[in-house]
Design a protein around this ligand. Structure first.
Ligand SMILES: Cc1ncc(COP(=O)(O)O)c(C=O)c1O
Length: 396
């Protein structure tokens, strides 16, 4: 609604935010209230809600590396790395991450979110068309919004549609953007076909490998390596250090000239404090562990397949996992919340995804198939989800 100056409502200071309560009431009526719950350090529940795909967040090699880094380099990075300097620790992580994933170079950011904003804003201009999968993560969507480029939201996992959109463009440049593994159902994007479409139309490809790193590809080298796209001159990947690497932070991986461009132009690099040394240390510790124990990646995929098969056999509507995420459909947001709460009461933590986190509007439980789960824990999880689902599940 547009008001003229004369019509501006006069509001007492204590009523200025009344509209927030009205918005909260609307969310509550739609079953979309979100609340914070405190988590004890020694939470006894079986955790299938986190993104700790390889079960490394508490691994002694990871926590020790975090502590050592903090003791040596301090509690924080002290400023933007362009201002206060870049530590040898950051450079080590960037070099090792790039080599592990098969790219020329890498640049570390304070989060995966910041890495996605950086890639999307720095690699585009007003004469670029961004072709973005309809189910892409919110950080990619926000990056598209910030880019000031034209954005075409392509149908989900539809390379033929991407081809048509690219063929019809009038823009000088184009960037195709997709999650490698979609965070809700755990399905993989058709990356080979998307890359072929991009190549045929002179476009670049940006892959968000948040859910692929550590799980897909040889020894967990990620989706670009799995699809033979790592190191291509027209391909850039983003990753987060906060999922399979059990740390915090993000990175962009790509050709050296892309990384140089990001250092000089990406606002979430220039105007953001560098990643804290402890997080860099933890990520390096996890990366080295993964290099030494590459079977961890395959185990996470195996746990996902087992979980999905058993949940399906129990009559539930489970997704077919391509990586380490399995989801189970609920009939609506309220049912999903109650189902997740009943699981927790029974000793199992599961994710509960509802709109707007689910692009297709279908609420779900989301399970992380942690690679370190034992067979007994997998059996317990399936038993609890099936038993509590008797009153809340959506049946296929
Ligand atoms: C697909 C995807 N991209 C990016 C991010 C953002 O990563 P971070 O949590 O490190 O900011 C996430 C994490 O939630 C994600 O699932």
């Amino acid at each position: 609604m547009v008001h003229t100056a004369a019509q501006q409502p006069t509001l007492a200071p204590d009523t200025v935010f009344d509209w927030l309560d009205e918005a909260a009431d609307l969310r509550a009526a739609a079953g979309l209230t979100r609340t914070l719950r405190s988590r004890p350090a020694d939470d006894p529940v079986l955790d299938l809600a986190s993104n700790d795909y390889l079960g490394l967040v508490h691994h002694p090699a990871v926590t020790r590396a975090a502590a050592d880094a903090a003791l040596r380099w301090g509690g924080g990075a002290t400023g933007s790395r362009l201002v206060t300097g870049t530590t040898a620790l950051h450079t080590e992580l960037e070099d090792e991450l790039a080599a592990f994933c098969g790219f020329e170079a890498a640049l570390v950011f304070a989060s995966g979110y910041a890495a996605n904003l950086a890639a999307l804003t720095a690699l585009t201009d007003p004469d670029t068309l961004i072709v973005s999968d309809a189910y892409n993560h919110a950080s990619l969507i926000d990056g598209c919004r910030l880019s000031r480029s034209d954005v075409h939201r392509a149908p989900h996992a539809d390379p033929a549609a991407v081809r048509r959109i690219l063929a019809e463009r009038t823009h000088r440049r184009a960037l195709v953007v997709s999650d490698s593994v979609f965070s809700v159902d755990g399905n993989a994007a058709p990356l080979a076909e998307l890359s072929a479409a991009a190549q045929d139309h002179g476009a670049a490809l940006l892959i968000d490998d948040a859910h692929g790193l550590g799980v897909l590809g040889p020894g967990g080298a990620g989706a670009p390596a799995a699809f033979g796209l790592a190191g291509r001159p027209d391909t850039v990947a983003t990753v987060t250090l906060s999922k399979s690497l059990g740390s915090q932070g993000g990175a962009v991986l790509g050709p050296r000239r892309v990384i140089r461009h990001l250092v000089e132009t990406a606002r979430t690099f220039i105007f953001d404090t560098g990643l804290a040394p402890a997080a860099v240390g933890a990520a390096l510790g996890a990366l080295r562990l993964l290099r030494a124990e590459p079977e961890r990646a395959e185990r996470a995929r195996e746990v996902a397949r087992t979980l999905a098969d058993r949940l399906t056999a129990a009559g539930l509507h489970a997704s077919t996992p391509d990586a380490a995420v399995v989801s189970v459909r609920a009939p609506g947001p309220d049912a999903a919340v109650r189902w997740a709460a009943d699981c927790r009461t029974a000793g199992l933590a599961v994710g509960c995804f509802r709109p707007p986190s689910v692009p297709d509007g279908i609420s779900r439980l989301r399970l992380t198939a942690r690679g370190d789960l034992t067979d007994t824990q997998i059996a317990d999880a399936v038993r609890i989800i099936a038993a509590t689902g008797a009153s809340h599940a959506d049946r296929p």
